[in-house]
Design a protein around this ligand. Structure first.
Ligand SMILES: [Zn+2]
Length: 411
């Protein structure tokens, strides 16, 4: 039995409680055995003691919306330009970058298959613990259809990268959902409206009929899983709510009435602000497609307003970065961007406790409480005063523990 004790930490447990100084945490193997403050009992002889030196201890962050297989800013062109092996090998770097940024767990919202989850779980590669959706399901001409309006055939069909299944009609959507479930995904991802990266649609559209979405939800729920939908528009969000979609991603064009529909349905909103912010910032440098950049800016314009509407409505709000390719190293920015609207503590809770609920791991992850898995990060400084500290993760994250294993220790 391995015992590790973290002492002298300011603990933000991410239950929503205020930070408390002089905290200590006892880990037994890969679980938290006890959390306390002030005077401790006698330490077991063989315990490993880590002095946190007054720094801030948080649960391991959870990336609620990412694409491990997005290795280029254009998820469409990468399929044209890169071999499957090259995409796979670059994806391993993204996985490592994710844990290096303090995210010990991640939800992949389209692209990688369950083999990546297994490889991380078996310790073959360093990376965030994964929950995956496999290939996304899209209608013809939808957000997962990577063809230009001028192209008749998909640019390239191979198993690596951010792949889609094109499905039209209830039967095809049902089959596509069953196929992903057969391959061992944790949830099913559908495209319920236009997106920035797809060449043939607009953000303010809705995609899939109510019946098609209901077929996906029925199949997912029959297997004990859930559906996540990519969606920006009011009409799309309302259809998702009617169909029983559990998590709605982005939501940048949400208004009062679609927020009300989400409230009544109990759906989770997963804002993804960092990707719009970074794309707008780096577009000239990266030479991105003007149509893609135009739509990312449209999404950026709506991001703060929709999050403010969601907060006022009391929606359940998670957090994801959705950063693409070279921008995958800016995940920490999501916390600062969400904090501007929600406040710092709410942004931290979204990235930990609420994201743990989203991936149905609330009994194991997301807070520092006895019985949960031992995932922690230690940060220099007070995130409640400076949420930008996560962006300089190399220096400011001084300790990373994942599943009871020491991954990084600078202290
Ligand atoms: Zn995405």
């Amino acid at each position: 039995m391995a015992i590790t004790i973290l002492i002298n930490a300011v603990i933000i447990d991410c239950t929503g409680a205020d930070p408390r100084p002089n905290g200590w945490v006892v880990l037994e193997n890969n679980r938290i055995r006890e959390v306390g403050f002030g005077v401790r009992g006698v330490l077991p002889e063989k315990a490993m003691v880590i002095d946190c030196k007054g720094q801030t201890l948080l649960p391991g962050l959870i990336e609620g919306h990412m694409h491990v297989a997005s290795v280029d800013a254009s998820i469409v062109n990468q399929q044209r330009c890169f071999q499957p092996s090259y995409i796979t090998i670059k994806s391993l770097q993204v996985l490592k970058d994710t844990i290096d940024q303090g995210f010990t767990t991640a939800r992949d919202c389209g692209g990688i298959d369950a083999g990546y989850r297994r490889a991380v779980a078996e310790g073959l590669v360093p990376g965030a613990r994964l929950f995956v959706s496999g290939s996304v399901i899209s209608q013809t001409g939808g957000h997962g259809d990577h063809r230009l309006p001028t192209e008749l055939h998909p640019p390239i069909e191979h198993a690596a990268g951010v792949c889609s299944i094109i499905a039209d009609g209830v039967d095809e959507v049902r089959r596509a959902a069953r196929e992903q479930i057969r391959r061992g995904v944790d949830f099913v991802k559908i495209m319920a409206g236009g997106g920035a990266a797809s060449p043939a649609d607009e953000l303010d559209t809705s995609q899939f009929s109510l019946e098609e979405m209901q077929a996906a939800v029925f199949e997912a729920e029959s297997a004990g899983k859930y559906v996540s939908a990519h969606c920006y528009s009011d009409r799309g969000i309302k259809l998702c709510c009617k169909a029983g979609v559990r998590t709605i991603e982005h939501c940048n064009l949400m208004t009062e009435s679609s927020a009300q529909a989400m409230k009544e349905a109990g759906a989770y909103m997963v804002p993804t602000m960092a990707t719009y912010y970074m794309t707008a910032k780096l577009a000239p440098e990266l030479g991105l497609d003007p149509n893609f950049v135009r739509k990312m800016k449209q999404a950026l314009d709506g991001a703060e307003t929709s999050l403010a509407i969601a907060c006022a409505k009391g929606l359940k709000i998670g957090s994801g970065s959705d950063c693409l390719g070279p921008m995958q190293v800016y995940k920490g920015m999501e916390l600062a961007l969400q904090a501007r609207v929600m406040g710092p503590m709410a942004a931290l809770v979204a990235t930990t406790r609420t994201n743990a609920e989203i991936i149905k791991q609330e009994n194991h992850l997301g807070t520092i409480e006895a019985g949960k898995l031992a995932d922690f990060i230690l940060v220099k400084g007070d995130p409640l005063k400076d949420m930008s500290l996560f962006q300089n993760f190399e220096d400011n994250i001084t300790l990373i523990i994942q599943d009871g294993q020491l991954y990084k220790k600078l202290i």
